[in-house]
Ligand binder design. Structure first.
Ligand code: EPZ
Length: 416
């Protein structure tokens, strides 16, 4: 297995182009199942999860080609199943459930199973589909769903769920009648999916707010859309500027999507300057410890918690970081402690006491954002850091070592 090697202590300077958002591209690819024909997605990142979704769509009969743009032809879907072998490597596979049962009346999707950061059930997805008239049975680790035709329903989510909102919004576009989703997720990726569905002929109001109304249509038609920039990739590189004491400008991003993080970084002593589709982070003063509580958008993103914690390990005081979304998203703590960090866990909170300097060591990636946190800490640590199991990192960061090396980092990949 590959590993990343980093010689830390170098302030990073330069420009980094932000890639398309993984968490927008994945539901957009699933949305192609709603309308037979050729769909075109621009700015799709080249990531492991994207290749997994391509394999899943291919398994169903779609023809998916990822050239400069990605084209997905769903004119010949012959298999309405998402097998365990594929779903177990990527939970976002559950996003095919809504489109399949809405367009074809049937679907058999493997239950995703847990993952490193939590149990991550899909009960809210299933409950909403049942309210839309879908018969759901669970057997042999699979969800079997069937419906003659979905009917519109008023659905209130017990808690905010991003892919739950996306799954039901997609299903509702072909239902008979109006569906209202309340306590819906407001993430930019949800808005991106809604924009594509509307381009395909769907009638959707309220995407980006907590209440989304979808008026079902008899059929949709294929379209084309550009995937929005990845706000979490962008946020990760903003922290890279802060933790190394350098100055990085991120291009091709949407600064508005980073508001909560930018505010916390500014309070922590990282200077943030916004200029159109560019955002610059730099630091010339000490890192000020900040408390953070993760929260659904537009709150502080859970997907930036591990990366921000890396910065806080070098703070001038004590930072309390509380993870409100997932029950086990502190896998990076033990690895950060191997680099010298002073962190104590207390239930859903981590108490981070800032230290003067991290020191490089061999560490192990456990999940996607935890591995990003280790890269950031390694960039700041004195000496060499080796990160193993970086297949986690490759799920969500396009050529991260090339992008960092281009702005001065001494980082390279070693075949393991
Ligand atoms: C999406 O996951 C993202 N993935 C995650 O990004 C992100 O961390 C998460 O939203 C929260 O922002 C994609 O968009 C592909 P949820 P999702 O449903 O939709 C509970 C990354 O790093 N819940 O919003 O699976 C759940 O257990 C990944 O790119 C239920 O209980 O997350 C969690 O505690 C990691 N029942 C909370 O809700 C359900 O049916 C939020 O989960 C659904 C969710």
């Amino acid at each position: 297995m590959d590993r990343l090697v980093i010689e830390g202590g170098i302030a990073l300077h330069g420009e980094i182009p932000v890639s398309g958002a993984k968490n927008a591209a994945l539901p957009l690819m699933a949305a192609a199942l709603l309308a037979a024909g050729s769909h075109t997605l621009h700015n799709v990142p080249r990531l492991r999860d994207i290749r997994t979704m391509q394999a899943l769509l291919g398994h169903m009969g779609a023809v998916c080609d990822h050239g400069d743009a990605m084209t997905i032809d769903t004119g010949n879907i012959h298999t309405l199943e998402a097998p365990y072998e594929l779903v177990k490597t990527m939970r976002a596979s559950v996003l095919v459930l809504g489109p399949l049962v809405a367009r074809y009346g049937k679907a058999r999707v493997s239950l995703p199973g847990g993952c490193a950061i939590g149990a991550r059930p899909i009960n809210l997805h299933l409950k909403g589909l049942e309210q839309m008239g879908v018969d759901i049975t669970l057997e042999h680790g699979y969800v079997s769903a069937s419906a003659r035709r979905l009917r519109g329903a008023a659905i209130t989510f017990d808690q905010v769920t991003v892919t739950g909102t996306e799954n039901l919004m997609m299903a509702a576009t072909l239902a008979d009648g109006v569906t209202v989703l309340r306590n819906a997720a407001r993430e930019p990726e949800v808005v991106a999916v809604a924009e594509y569905l509307v381009q395909m002929g769907a009638r959707i109001e309220g995407a980006g707010t907590a209440e989304i109304t979808i008026e079902g249509r008899p059929a949709l038609t294929p379209g084309s859309i550009r995937v929005i920039p990845d706000r979490i990739e962008a946020g990760t590189y903003l922290v890279a500027a802060g933790i190394t004491g350098g100055r990085l400008t991120l291009t091709h991003c949407i600064p508005d999507h980073l508001e909560a993080l930018a505010q916390k970084l500014s309070a922590a002593g990282v200077r943030i300057e916004v200029d159109g589709s560019g955002i610059t982070a730099s630091r010339s003063e000490p890192i000020h410890s900040q408390d953070v509580k993760t929260w659904p958008y537009p709150g502080f993103p859970t997907d930036m918690q591990a990366q921000f914690m890396a910065l806080m390990t070098l703070g001038d005081g004590v930072s309390i970081i509380s993870e409100q979304i997932f029950e086990n998203r502190f896998m990076h703590v033990l690895e950060l402690k191997r680099l010298g960090a002073d962190i104590e866990l207390d239930g859903r909170s981590a108490v981070v006491r800032g230290i003067r300097e991290l020191s490089g060591a061999p560490v192990m990636a456990t999940d996607l954002r935890a591995s990003a946190s280790l890269v950031l800490a390694g960039l700041a640590a004195r000496g060499k850091t080796e990160i193993s199991r970086i297949y986690h990192l490759d799920r969500g960061y396009e050529t991260i070592e090339r992008k960092l090396a281009a702005v001065g980092a001494r980082i390279w990949r070693e075949k393991g």
